[in-house]
Design a protein around this ligand. Structure first.
Ligand SMILES: [Fe+2]
Length: 159
C-alpha cells in the first residue's frame, strides 16, 4: 500500500466522521449542548480531512520525502468499516443525546485515535508526523469537547 493510499483512506475516515457529526447536528438542532457540540465536531473533522489533503499535495510536490509506506492493504480498513456501521446505526435509530455523545467518544477514542496510535509504530517518519498531528488534534480538541459535554449531561466515562 502506498503512502498516498493510506492517506486517502484516512481522508475517507475523517469525512465519514464529519458526516456522522453533521447528521447528529441536524438531529440535535435547538438543543443547547448538542447543537454547538456537533457543529464544532463536524467542522473539525472537515478540517482534519483538509489537513491530510494538504499533506497529500506536499507529497505530490516532494515525493521523495514520503516514499513507500510498505504496509499491507488492511491498514485502517477496520476503522473505516466500523465508522460505516456507526453511521448506519445513527441514521436508522433515534439516538438520545447521551447515546450520541458516548458514540462520538467511542469514535474518537476507540475507533480512530487508538488505530492512528498503532499506526505511529509502523509508518515511515513522514507519515508518522501526519498521524501524530491528527492524534494530537483529536485529543486536544475532540475528546476534551466531548468529555465536557458528557460531564454536563452527567455521563460517566466507561473506562
Ligand atoms: Fe478527526
Amino acid at each position: 500500500m502506498t503512502a498516498k493510499e493510506i492517506l486517502e483512506r484516512a481522508i475517507k475516515i475523517e469525512r465519514t466522521a464529519a458526516e456522522i457529526y453533521r447528521i447528529l447536528y441536524e438531529r440535535f438542532k435547538g438543543d443547547k449542548i448538542g447543537e454547538v457540540l456537533f457543529f464544532a465536531m463536524a467542522r473539525d473533522e472537515e478540517w482534519h480531512a483538509a489537513f491530510i489533503e494538504t499533506e497529500m499535495k506536499m507529497m505530490e510536490t516532494f515525493p521523495h520525502a514520503f516514499g513507500e509506506a510498505g504496509q499491507d492493504s488492511s491498514v485502517l480498513l477496520d476503522t473505516l468499516n466500523r465508522m460505516e456501521v456507526l453511521k448506519s446505526f445513527i441514521i436508522e435509530n433515534p439516538v438520545s443525546l447521551e447515546k450520541a455523545v458516548s458514540t462520538a467518544l467511542e469514535i474518537e477514542e476507540e475507533v480512530v485515535e487508538k488505530r492512528y496510535m498503532e499506526l505511529l509504530e509502523i509508518l515511515s517518519p513522514s507519515l508518522k508526523k501526519i498521524f501524530s498531528e491528527l492524534v494530537e488534534m483529536s485529543i486536544s480538541e475532540h475528546v476534551w469537547r466531548l468529555e465536557t459535554a458528557a460531564k454536563k449531561l452527567g455521563l460517566k466515562k466507561n473506562t
